[in-house]
Design a protein around this ligand. Structure first.
Ligand SMILES: Cc1cc2nc3c(=O)[nH]c(=O)nc-3n(C[C@H](O)[C@H](O)[C@H](O)COP(=O)(O)OP(=O)(O)OC[C@H]3O[C@@H](n4cnc5c(N)ncnc54)[C@H](O)[C@@H]3O)c2cc1C
Length: 448
């Protein structure tokens, strides 16, 4: 059998070089591996762009927590990150810009009925008290608190039936998983909400620096512009066929780690058992569109000092961020310029994807200026990026299939943020789980 003697058989083929696939490759870098990435560059949803003297993240914005596995990885690679010392709790709603110092004043200033403020405040206290311990734990179907968060939509869980209150939770929900509060279980947005209270870090130069550092360690074992088309298990190995610049190639390995969004797997791995196919086919991804706007004045002029991220309620834009937050005063004073980064949820992103980039940017610029009139005439240049597979929203019923989603099938292992929940930390945790699986015997095909 090829498993023991054949020198052409690789140890592991990894499909997809986002943070998850790169982390697996990095840990296996001393073995006979091959990392295949369909784009010209590695990094997946962590790409960053330079604008003026600044950088902004077209993909993942922040690393959460200094003790997170993502932070530990950054430290091991010598990638610098800076704490975002936000001092304000901001929100834009019904033409009102709030930038409160304290939670109580934030609630007080929200343009919603008084009784709804009280209810929201009490609900938030209860959530903090009961669910904080769940932050970033891999979803466990046997955990009662997890079950509670997965049993109701965010709208029902928060009792967000007043239209203004629902609009607020919709924005937080879309920020966390691209879709509004009635479409997802409470788990994912509550997890993100609890996270916001934790420390958030900006990777110096942009989040892409992290995945570029990983890529550098496995450059000689990586093929880019290599789009995997078929994965088949045969004679104790896995055969992976891909297109490389118009050429069809096949490699054989003892194991394969698939590290791409679930909806993309079904076409390439046709032979996976039906229970796995069923589970993966229930995992959808929502879209997001992000855009950077270089401004002729410092970002603080528009958003205010101490504001990192301002959620925008009831508009096409879900949130505006100040990516210059951690840049030095010297750069800001010398250039006199600012940079803003906006993003949308799934519905608006899909509309924008139908337009040219120029048209899409015009829509977003109009939206910005109608929200912040002082931005009129201040946009120097702009850039847009659509993410068709941005985040996988946790619909009701997701917890019940969580184990099947991540379970290996024979010599094929499943990696990527969606196999945990969503986000950078989920991507790294998924890689660690797969590395652990790889040390064990191949999974027996089970009928379920
Ligand atoms: C706009 C945006 C903002 C975000 N903000 C944050 C944030 O602030 N904090 C946070 O923690 N998370 C954030 N996230 C989520 C975070 O970016 C992702 O969870 C994480 O990067 C996912 O990594 P991954 O490796 O699982 O998947 P991906 O990064 O999607 O990697 C999959 C890779 O597979 C490749 N691929 C696909 N098909 C094939 C094929 N057929 N053959 C070969 N290669 C293929 C893709 O090109 C890609 O490089 C954000 C995401 C988006 C889109």
């Amino acid at each position: 059998m090829a498993e023991t003697g054949d020198s052409k058989v690789l140890d592991t083929v990894i499909v997809g070089a986002g943070l998850a696939g790169l982390t697996v490759a990095y840990q296996l870098r001393h073995k006979k591996i091959l990392l295949l990435e369909k784009e010209e560059v590695c990094g997946g949803r962590t790409l960053s762009r330079k604008m003026g003297e600044y950088a902004y993240n077209a993909g993942a914005q922040v690393v959460l927590g200094d003790d997170s596995e993502t932070s530990k990885l950054a430290r091991a690679l010598g990638v610098k990150k800076t704490l975002i010392r936000k001092t304000r709790l901001p929100m834009h709603m019904k033409g009102k810009k709030i930038a409160a110092r304290w939670e109580a004043t934030f609630l007080w200033e929200l343009p919603i009925p008084l009784w709804e403020k009280v209810k929201m405040g009490l609900k938030i206290l209860r959530i903090r008290h009961r669910y904080s311990e769940l932050v970033d734990l891999p979803p466990d179907p046997n955990n009662r608190k997890m079950q509670e968060l997965c049993a109701a939509t965010l709208e029902d869980f928060m009792g967000a039936h007043h239209p203004d209150v629902k609009a607020i939770w919709d924005v937080l929900s879309m920020g966390a998983n691209t879709v509004p509060s009635h479409e997802v279980a409470a788990f994912q947005p509550i997890n993100t909400f609890l996270h916001f209270a934790a420390d958030e870090f900006f990777v110096e130069g942009g989040t892409w620096e992290l995945t570029k550092a990983l890529w550098k360690t496995v450059e000689d074992k990586t093929e880019t512009s290599a789009e995997v088309e078929e994965i088949v298990q045969k004679d104790g190995t896995v055969q992976v066929t891909y297109d490389h610049a118009g050429q069809r190639k096949t490699v054989e390995a003892k194991r394969c780690v698939i590290s791409i969004p679930a909806p993309l797997i079904l076409d390439m791995a046709k032979e996976i058992p039906s229970w796995k196919r069923d589970a993966l086919s229930k995992v959808d991804f929502g879209s997001m569109t992000t855009a950077g706007f270089l401004m002729s004045e410092n970002s603080e002029v528009f958003l205010g000092e101490g504001v990192w991220r301002m959620p925008i309620v009831g508009k096409k834009i879900v949130s505006v961020t100040n990516p210059t937050f951690t840049f030095s005063k010297e750069v800001k004073e010398r250039t006199g310029q600012g940079l803003l980064r906006v993003y949308t949820g799934d519905k608006v992103s899909k509309e924008l994807q139908q337009m040219s980039d120029g048209e899409g940017l015009e829509v977003l610029a109009d939206e910005l200026v109608s929200t912040f009139p002082s931005m009129k005439g201040k946009i120097v240049t702009s850039s847009i990026k659509h993410w068709v597979h941005a985040i996988s929203p946790w619909r009701l019923g997701r917890l019940e299939i969580a184990e099947d989603i991540k379970a290996p099938t024979g010599r094929i292992h499943y990696c990527g943020d969606y196999t945990v929940s969503g986000g950078l930390e989920a991507a790294v945790l998924s890689a660690q789980r797969v590395l652990d699986e790889l040390t064990r015997e191949p999974a027996k095909e089970q009928e379920r």
